[in-house]
Design a protein around this ligand. Sequence first.
Ligand SMILES: [Mg+2]
Length: 399
Amino acid sequence: MAGLGRAGQCLFVIAQLALTYSAMSEPAPEPDDTGEEAPGLRKIIHVDMDAFFASVEQRDEPALRGLPIAVGGDGPRGVLTTCSYEARKFGCRSAMPSVTAKRLCPDLIFRPPRFAVYNEVSRQVRDIFLDYTPHVEPLSLDEAFLDVTEDLKGIGSATRIAELIRARIKEETGLTASAGVSYNKFLAKLASDQNKPDGLCVIRPGEGADFVAKLPVRRFFGIGPKGAEKMAALGIETGADLALCDIAYLRRHFGSQADYLYRAARGIDLRRVKANRPRKSVGAERTLDKDISSGSALRDVLARIIEITWKRIESSKSEGRTVTLKLKHADFSQLTRARSLPRPVAGQAEFASIGHALLDEVLPLAQPVRLVGLTLSALEEEEPPQAPVGGPSQGTLPF
Ligand SMILES: [Mg+2]
């Protein structure tokens, strides 16, 4: 970027933000998902990190905690990607022009986005999800749907799984997430929004239509500000109003979205959780409380990561040939070392010895590290099929 000049840099930042936006904006639900319908009644969890980018900044810079902060550019054309809950009290919102946000909250503190860090945390969180189910559909860096209809770990209820996931996210990343538990994606997403931040909400079978009836339609997934305006003009303010509209009326006014809206107003959503990113590696990484450079301290950290990773490898029944060690320095530069075997790694002992050998290769370190990770890749694992509910093995996981 050195040669770009100020205008060029500005454009670069805007382009980067625009990219983030398109990645983060809510995809409009597909109106007619024939052939993609989830079989039977399912248990779906929607997990959504709270004020994600802003919370990461407050985590990494403790002086920012408790203060109104925004992530984004503070220039005349800047836009907020996220802001902290303290800033939201002033009316600041995601996607708001920074100029407007500063008018609402003159003390607003801006930080530029650090996407490399957000990506790293996102991966950490996704690895936690994958410990409970292979059916994970990420919607953006900070939210995902999980289908936990099959209780792989014998935990006993979908609500309990959601609580365990929230606790682990807090423990392993220092950040809070909210979760919604329900029997379809539409309701699970509404539920995760209900008790934010750091909240949980469960909508049980039979409760969906009532829950939706009371809600303003602007909270429905896929109805943006424009859509909500259009509905308001037609006298549709709540789910109950929407439920009064017949399908022909909805088709006339909302075209291809009509089927989705008709079902949504009744708490029905047939879309399945699409695990669209088959796992290519299994691993774990830890951001350290403080940067370390001592070999013995790093070996301790690595030993713990080996334990965690190997549990994940076992529970996902993965086999892989390549072990990769990753170290991230205090200045975020990264160092990786990998070793591949001609056959799958045989067990935890071999996995551990390769991991430690890779660490020994890079010791002593030129500078302290902030993150240590270890992964197994070149996997020979298949994504398991999504079993229909009611089979002999499961189907009774309570909410
Ligand atoms: Mg979020």
